[in-house]
Design a protein around this ligand. Structure first.
Ligand SMILES: Nc1nc2c(c(=O)[nH]1)N[C@H]1C(S)=C(S)[C@@H](COP(=O)(O)OP(=O)(O)OC[C@H]3O[C@@H](n4cnc5c(N)ncnc54)[C@H](O)[C@@H]3O)O[C@H]1N2
Ligand code: MOO
Length: 444
C-alpha cells in the first residue's frame, strides 16, 4: 500500500471507527483498561518451543516436563551427626548415676561402609554423612558421650548418661525421593536449590521453554547512540538500553537494532525485518498521534493492529499487534511511559511465552505520606519509595513524576497505584504498591 494512503486510512479510521459501537470497547479505536490489555496480549502470544539445556542454565526458568530421580535420595541411611552408632535398646536404662557403657569397635567416615556386625555391648564411631551400619538404629552425638577408657576411637570404652530414641540423628534412605519419583513438576520454576536437588537426582539436562529473542527498535530522528555526545536538537537513545535490560530481566535475550528515523517507510521496513527474525518486537517512540508517529499504521499495514491506547499514566499510547505471527509492541517514546508499559504489558507477554504461571507483580498496601492531587482520570503509576515503619508500610512518591525521566525510577523501589478517576488521594490514604524487583512467584 502507498505509505501516505496507509497513514491517512489509519487516521481516518482512528477518528471515525468508534462511532456506532456503543456499549462495546474496540481496543484498536478506544482506550482500554490495563486488565483488558493484558488479557489481550497474553492471549495473543504462545509458549515458545521447548529446548533442553544444561542443568545450571535452567535456573530461574520454567521446567517443561516432569523430572524424575534415578535413585533414592538419600541413597542410604546415614548419620546426621558426628558421634556413635548403636542400638537404642543398649542404652535404654542409662542414667547420669548409672551410665551405660559400650566398646567402640570401628570408626567410619563419610564414604565408608561398615561391613561388620555390632554385637551386644558394642558401638561404632561414626561421622556425619557416613552410611549407618546395618545393626545400628540410632546415633548419639559425641558431645554427650563420655570417654571411660582410651580416646573415643576404636578400642575405647564410651559412656551414655541417657537413653536415645530409635532413629535419632539418622537420615533415612529415600527421605527426599525414591527412584522414579517425580521430583520437579512441569510448570515449576527451577530455583537455585532446585538445581541442587536435580543434581542429586541425576538430572543434568532439563527441558525448558526457549528464551524469547526480543528485537528492540528505537524510533526518532532526534536520537543518537549513547556513545555520541548529542548535537543541537538531538538526545541520546536511552530507551533501547532500558527496554533491552527489561527484556533480560524478564528472561529474554534482547538485541538492540539500529535507530530508525521518523518515516513510515523506514519504520515499516525495520519492523517487518525484525518480525521475521525475532520472537517479539518492541519499538519505542512514534506511538501517539503526532505528524511523525508511525507505529500504528505500520502494524496495521504489516499485520493485525489489536490495541493502541491503555488507561494508564504514564504510558497511555500502547500499540500492540501481530505481524506474521510475531507480537509487535509500540511503546511510547517517553522513558517512564515506555518502562511502565514494558513492565505491565510486555513482561507478562514474555512470561507467557516462557511458560510462567504467575503474571502479577507482588503488591503491598501502604499509607501515602503526602497528598496526591489527581487531575487525570487514568490509573496512575507513581514512581515511589516504600519504607516500613513501626506503624506499617509507608509510600512516598518521587517529587518529579515527569514521564520523560528514567532517574526517578532508578532511585525508587515501587510503583504506587492511584486508582482511576480524578479524586485526590490525601496523605494517609491506603494505596497499592507494585514491587517490580520481586519475582511474580513471591506471595506477600
Ligand atoms: N497532543 C498530544 N501530544 C502528546 C500526548 C497527547 O496526549 N497529546 N501525549 C504525550 C505523552 S504522555 C507521550 S508518552 C508521548 C507519546 O508519544 P510518542 O510515543 O509518539 O513519543 P515521541 O514523541 O516519539 O517521544 C516522546 C519523548 O520521548 C523522547 N524519546 C523518544 N525516544 C526516545 C529514546 N529512544 N530514548 C530517550 N528518549 C526518547 C522524545 O525525544 C520525546 O521527548 O506523546 C506526548 N505527546
Ligand atoms: O503516555 Mo504518556 O506518559 O502518559 O507518558
Amino acid at each position: 500500500m502507498d505509505s501516505v494512503l496507509a497513514v491517512l486510512l489509519w487516521r481516518d479510521g482512528a477518528e471515525h471507527g468508534a462511532a456506532g459501537r456503543k456499549g462495546r470497547t474496540d481496543p484498536v479505536r478506544e482506550m482500554i483498561p490495563l486488565e483488558e490489555a493484558r488479557a489481550l496480549v497474553c492471549g495473543a502470544v504462545e509458549k515458545l518451543p521447548v529446548e533442553t539445556v544444561e542443568l545450571l542454565d535452567a535456573v530461574g526458568r520454567v521446567v517443561a516436563a516432569d523430572q524424575t530421580s534415578d535413585i533414592d535420595v538419600a541413597p542410604f541411611a546415614h548419620s546426621a551427626m558426628d558421634g556413635f552408632a548403636l542400638r537404642a535398646a543398649e542404652i535404654a536404662e542409662a542414667t547420669e548415676e548409672a551410665p551405660a557403657t559400650l566398646r567402640v569397635i570401628a570408626e567410619i567416615g563419610a564414604g565408608d561402609v561398615f561391613e561388620g556386625t555390632i554385637d551386644d555391648g558394642e558401638c561404632v564411631r561414626i561421622m556425619t554423612g557416613a552410611c549407618l551400619p546395618a545393626d545400628a538404629d540410632a546415633v548419639v552425638k559425641y558431645e554427650i558421650v563420655g570417654v571411660v577408657e582410651g580416646d573415643g576411637k576404636p578400642g575405647s570404652v564410651v559412656s551414655f548418661a541417657a537413653p536415645t530414641k530409635v532413629g535419632s540423628n539418622i537420615r533415612a534412605a529415600g527421605e527426599e525421593a525414591h527412584a522414579g519419583d517425580v521430583v520437579v513438576e512441569a510448570g515449576d520454576v527451577l530455583t537455585a536449590a532446585g538445581v541442587g536437588f536435580l543434581a542429586g537426582c541425576g538430572v543434568l539436562e532439563v527441558p525448558v521453554y526457549r528464551r524469547p529473542r526480543v528485537a528492540v527498535i528505537a524510533t526518532g530522528s532526534e536520537l543518537v547512540p549513547p556513545s555520541e555526545v548529542p548535537g543541537p536538537g538531538k538526545i541520546r537513545n536511552s530507551n533501547s538500553y532500558a527496554m533491552a535490560a527489561c527484556a533480560r530481566e524478564a528472561g529474554a535475550e534482547a538485541v538492540m537494532l539500529p535507530i530508525v528515523q521518523d518515516t513510515f517507510e523506514a519504520l515499516r521496513d525495520a519492523v517487518a525485518a525484525a518480525a521475521r527474525e525475532y520472537d517479539l518486537v518492541v519499538t519505542t517512540g512514534g506511538a501517539a498521534n503526532g505528524d511523525f508517529d508511525f507505529i500504528k499504521p505500520v502494524v496495521a499495514e504489516l499485520g493485525e493492529l489489536m490495541m493502541t491506547t491503555v488507561n494508564i499514566r504514564p504510558g497511555k499510547a500502547q500499540t500492540f499487534g501481530m505481524v506474521e505471527g510475531t507480537p509487535v509492541f509500540g511503546l511510547p517514546g517517553n522513558p517512564a511511559a515506555a518502562y511502565v508499559g514494558f513492565q505491565l504489558l510486555i513482561r507478562p507477554a514474555l512470561r507467557t511465552m516462557q511458560g510462567y504461571r504467575f503474571m502479577d507483580h507482588p503488591v503491598v498496601k501502604a499509607r501515602l505520606t503526602a497528598d496526591e492531587k489527581n487531575r487525570d482520570p487514568r490509573r496512575i503509576y507513581l514512581r515511589a519509595n516504600l519504607t516500613r515503619t513501626a506503624e506499617g508500610y509507608e509510600v512516598t512518591p518521587a517529587k518529579n513524576q515527569s514521564s520523560g525521566l528514567f532517574g526517578p525510577i532508578q532511585k525508587t523501589n515501587c510503583l504506587a497505584v492511584m486508582p482511576e478517576g480524578t479524586a485526590p488521594q490525601p496523605a494517609g490514604s491506603i494505596v497499592d504498591c507494585l514491587l517490580l524487583d520481586i519475582p511474580e512467584e513471591v506471595v506477600l
